[in-house]
Design a protein around this ligand. Structure first.
Ligand code: BMA
Length: 826
């Protein structure tokens, strides 16, 4: 099989305009206009408002290409478009070839007889989706979540929903050839499908490799399969195809299993299929990289209702992670390095699962490849979110079916794939007995999410698990956030302004969404503002806050927990500490609830542009305070506590995701806020195995009476063989009411053996939420936003992104802690 890449240089023209611009494929109209200097950066200040004409216009992409007679001599000639966003009319040599209407599908168009030897031209006209959705919605309204933060409906069109704007997302309504476009030519036959299923038994794994070929005649074909581990061949098989199909069982002895991060290694095997004609000549080849594992969702009746837990190779595990949204509003800008940074950051925060949320797109292969390598399990939503959908429309349903099949077949072989899920938040609030102004009918809901998508998964990925939506409560679908079964989205903290402690009243089976917003750091804000904008209520800062309640919520909770910050910078940093505190309270608690609760995926991991949002990694991939804190509260061995601030009783938990017990030391110390030691204790413990245990109940009622709620800090440490593994801190009053002294932090900086900088910090008095920053520079740090108990040195390794000398690091290093957020301004 031959393929000719038609990517690269194209031209772009707004329909009706005579001038053409250079364009790049894959790409989109916004990035092309930006590269040609025709528009300002859509992310800067409120440029977005002046660029809406782009999504309202029609755009034409064109190029020419040369085809040799040898290519035309093939039996079949196809134009393969892996991503057209979205209403695209394709013309070849001036003649209309097809019109496509789904950005999530791969389109293969027969171009035999339509391509000539020598020069050919191809043109793709993208029509704005807005007139179409407006027309359809007028005929029959689809209730959705568009409300305050969106201006257009997306239910009728198969384009990524968040491109219409979201409560963290810029509205671009871009278009373009967003994935590869190729000319494909083949003789005799080509491979059209390859599926690898696994049977695990004892010490071997049997792979069933199913191969499907498309034949142009009746030639005899055979398939040869090779399984390799690294560069070692571990098994081979071959057999003839019958009616274009073959199924080859292959036994892998002594299989090296794939495990989620933290449970073992991520061994990966390559399965390569060669399609041969009867003379043994190679016609086509396809390879998939797989991991040998069983992985899925276990839902069994238990004493609390029905379990909702992921199990890999027979071992249940607590899923720790976040929700993934597209990495850029212009998704074609994401390169492998961008994916690698975001995903490695997730793994570094001790995550083992990401949920690809249903309002974006079915991620690129590189995303899944990296998740395979990093042991990040993927909960994959189908791309339906926060809207009702026209499942009464047969044509629309057929389009969706084709989209689902395309993507299930593309993604199913990945080791990381843990679950298919029909949609985001439709079952939770947008379904009712009949269609109304607010909801779709259960009948139409079920036709799409129970039946159509359920059937596609059952047929094309029968070993995988499927749930129709998230949240979903299988035992009682009317109570979508039932604590007894299914997964839940808990938004009472934030939307209903419940205290962070509210999380401790919940013991749901699996929390797949809950979150709290913060502002991105000053460097990120500097990228989209002018100095005059740098106030959280300025027009531009509010423009980069898409939740209508966002800034008010952040400030409301901030006043609840912290002293009023005295500068814009402090407000921004403090919002991040606040966000981290919210998620820490939730996640530590749900880890305590193991094995009843078996997962936490906070909303959200990343951003599509620089904005105030629930993300822990900002648009530039910078770690917010939450991300550093996540590395700690997701630690495989965790010490944490739940305090009763009135009685002084403190439940101390050790939570372990490890499959063996360790001998550890649990220490605690009680100090005053000024750092005077009041009591301390140390005990030897055996860590629990793959669960959480209340190890100790501390009775601090006496010191509480004597010193009062506002003058106590409890410090916790879990160590193994003298090495601190996990530390924690408890107060009995909101931090705003602690009269924290100047911590008098001393630092020692030296270069480490690894070429980064070793920074040891020692505080004379308690220092809460200490953070390091390199002025004007980015750096990767082993920890940040940590606490310093009095007199206890803490060492951080810092590696600047740009090469810096030790003198420069010393000059640029800023160390601050909570007290600095409300210090008097000069
Ligand atoms: C959840 C998500 C998103 C949304 C987020 C914050 O409902 O599924 O749709 O962005 O909350 O409001």
């Amino acid at each position: 099989m031959l393929s000719i890449d038609l990517g690269g240089k194209w031209t772009l023209q707004r329909q009706g305009d005579s001038s053409k611009l250079p364009a790049n494929v894959p790409g989109c109209v916004h990035t092309d206009l930006l590269a040609a200097g025709k528009i300002e950066d859509p992310f800067y200040r409120d440029n977005e408002n002046r660029l809406q004409w782009i999504g309202e216009s029609n755009w034409i992409y064109q190029r020419s290409f040369t085809v040799g007679a040898d290519i035309l001599a093939h039996d079949r000639l196809l134009l393969r478009c892996e991503g057209l966003d979205t209403f695209a009319t394709i013309k070849l040599n001036g003649k209309r070839l097809a019109r496509t209407d789904n950005m999530h599908r791969t389109w293969e168009l027969d171009v035999a007889g339509k391509i000539k030897p020598g020069k050919n031209t191809i043109e793709v006209l993208f029509e704005s989706v807005l007139p179409y959705v407006a027309k359809r919605d007028k005929q029959r309204h689809l209730p959705d979540w568009s409300g305050e933060c969106h201006v257009a409906h997306w239910g009728y069109v198969r384009k990524q929903a968040c491109d219409f704007g979201w409560d963290w997302g810029i509205k671009t309504l871009t278009c373009g050839i967003w994935r590869d476009i190729q000319l494909i030519a083949f003789r005799t036959a080509r491979l059209t499908d390859m599926q690898v299923r696994q049977r695990h038994s004892g010490k071997k794994v049997t792979l069933d490799v199913a191969v499907v070929a498309e034949r142009t005649g009746r030639a005899k074909l055979s398939a040869a399969v090779t399984v390799t581990y690294g560069d070692k061949i571990v098994a081979t098989a071959n057999c003839p195809l019958r009616a274009g199909k073959a199924n080859l069982p292959i036994v892998i002895d002594k299989p090296k299993l794939w495990w989620p991060a933290g449970m073992g290694e991520q061994h990966l095997y390559a399965v390569t299929v060669e399609l041969l004609d009867d003379a043994g000549e190679l016609l086509d080849v396809e390879a998939k990289r797989i991991g040998l594992r069983t992985l899925g969702l276990e839902r069994k009746k238990d004493r609390w209702g029905e379990s909702f837990k992921f199990v890999c190779n027979g071992v249940p595990f607590f899923a720790k992670g976040a929700n993934w949204i597209p990495g850029d509003a212009f998704i074609t800008r994401m390169d492998e390095g961008d994916y690698a940074h975001l995903l490695a950051s997730a793994a570094a925060a001790n995550m083992n699962m990401l949920r690809v949320w249903g309002g974006g797109f079915y991620e690129n292969d590189v995303f899944f490849d990296l998740c395979d390598e990093l042991g990040l399990c993927v909960w994959q939503d189908f791309m339906f979110s926060c809207s009702t959908y026209p499942s009464f429309d047969d044509e629309w349903m057929a389009n969706v079916r084709a989209e689902a099949i395309d993507n299930v077949r593309r993604i199913r072989h990945h080791a990381c794939l843990a679950l298919w899920c029909g949609n985001n938040e439709i079952e939770g609030g947008q379904v009712g007995p009949e269609w109304t102004d607010g909801v779709m009918s259960w009948r139409d809901y079920k036709a799409l999410f129970d039946k159509l998508l359920g059937d596609v998964v059952a047929k094309h990925d029968p070993d995988a698990d499927y749930i129709p939506g998230s949240p979903h409560a299988p035992l009682d679908r009317t109570d979508y956030n039932s604590p007894d079964s299914g997964d839940c989205h808990l938004w009472m903290v934030w939307h209903a302004t419940e205290d962070f402690e509210w999380y401790r009243t919940r013991n749901d089976r699996f929390c797949s969404e809950f979150g709290f917003q913060s502002f991105p750091e000053p460097k990120t804000i500097a990228a989209f503002t002018e100095p005059k904008d740098r106030n959280v209520t300025s027009y531009i800062m509010e423009h980069h806050q898409r939740s209508p309640i966002g800034n008010t919520k952040i400030m409301t909770y901030m006043l609840e927990w912290f002293r009023l910050p005295t500068s814009f910078e402090s407000t921004v940093w403090l919002s991040q500490i606040l966000q981290g505190l919210a998620m820490k309270t939730a996640i530590e608690h749900w880890r305590h609830e193991m094995p009843r609760s078996m997962g936490t995926l906070y909303w959200q991991l990343n951003d599509t542009w620089p904005v105030a949002s629930w993300a822990s990694l900002d648009y530039f991939g910078r770690w917010k305070a939450l991300h550093y804190m996540a590395a700690n509260f997701n630690s495989r061995l965790l010490v944490s506590a739940e305090e009763d601030t009135k009685t002084g009783m403190v439940d101390v938990y050790v939570t372990s995701d490890l499959l063996t017990s360790r001998s550890a030391k649990l220490e605690w110390a009680l100090t005053t806020v000024a750092g005077e030691l009041l009591a301390e204790s140390s005990s030897s413990i055996k860590t629990p195995i793959n669960t959480s245990k209340k190890i100790e109940v501390l009775d601090l009622s006496d010191p509480l009476k004597e010193f009062g709620q506002r003058d106590l800090i409890l410090w916790l440490e879990l160590s193994i063989a003298g090495e601190p593994i996990s530390t924690n801190m408890v107060t009995f009053a909101r931090p705003k009411h602690l009269d924290l002294p100047d911590p008098q932090i001393k630092t020692k900086i030296k270069t480490s053996d690894e070429g980064d900088f070793e920074i040891t910090l020692t505080a004379k008095r308690p220092a809460l939420w200490v953070w390091l920053e390199l002025d004007g520079e980015d750096a990767i740090m082993t920890d940040n936003f940590f606490h310093l108990p009095p007199g206890v040195p803490v060492t951080i390794y810092l590696s600047p992104v740009n090469d810096l000398t030790i003198t420069q690091v010393k000059q640029k290093l800023k160390i601050r802690s909570l007290v600095n957020t409300y210090e008097k301004q000069a």
